[in-house]
Design a protein around this ligand. Structure first.
Ligand code: SF4
Length: 183
């Protein structure tokens, strides 16, 4: 079989040599795979969860982003989506779910309640999930519109695509986890 382009496999084409070329390319491939195969765990406790259901439904169709496979098992999820009011009694459960997820993992805080306690400035409500677990992206609103949820997920995808494969082993990342008392 003949082709219109002559390729000589004995010689490398220009541009495939030099320090860091292989690592950079592998990072891109891994990032692309991670970003487009996120498995979200919906930790929905109240009304924001209903808005997420609308985001999943046919009008907004979250599966367009490769996200139709929700996981209710932390060990098979890499994106924790916290949606709704988190009572202080529930905080240890949320933290346990986070700890059960394998690295790499990301956290999306959807709505005012998850991000800051929202209107529930009371003794029983956690004033933001970032008091117990690290958060990657916050979505403002009460409740946020599905478009905002999609925007937040796109930002998580951008993070997954662009962060290096070894970021999770970096001293900065370990120091951040240590602040939360996590390993
Ligand atoms: S942010 Fe608003 S819509 Fe979302 S859980 Fe809180 S009260 Fe409900």
């Amino acid at each position: 079989m003949t082709t219109s382009v002559d390729i000589d496999p004995r010689h490398k084409p220009p541009g495939v040599e030099g320090a860091g070329f292989m690592a950079t390319s592998l990072d891109k491939v891994v990032g692309l795979a991670r970003a487009n195969s996120l498995w979200p765990l919906p930790f929905a406790t109240s009304c924001c969860g209903i808005e997420f259901m609308a985001t999943m439904a046919s009008t907004y169709d979250l599966s367009r982003f490769g996200m139709e496979r929700l996981s209710f098992s932390p060990r098979q999820a890499d994106l924790l989506m916290v949606m709704g009011t988190i009572a202080k009694k529930m905080a240890p459960i949320l933290r346990q779910v986070y700890e059960q997820m394998a690295e790499p993992k990301w956290v999306l805080s959807m709505g005012a309640c998850a991000s800051s306690g929202g209107i529930f400035d009371t003794y029983s409500v956690l004033q933001g999930i970032d008091r117990v677990i690290p958060v990657d992206v916050y979505i403002p609103g009460c409740p946020p519109r599905p478009e905002q949820v999609l925007d937040g997920i796109l930002k998580i995808q951008e993070l997954a695509r662009t962060e290096g494969r070894n970021r999770r082993q970096s001293p900065e990342y370990k120091a951040m986890l240590a602040k939360y008392g996590l390993e």
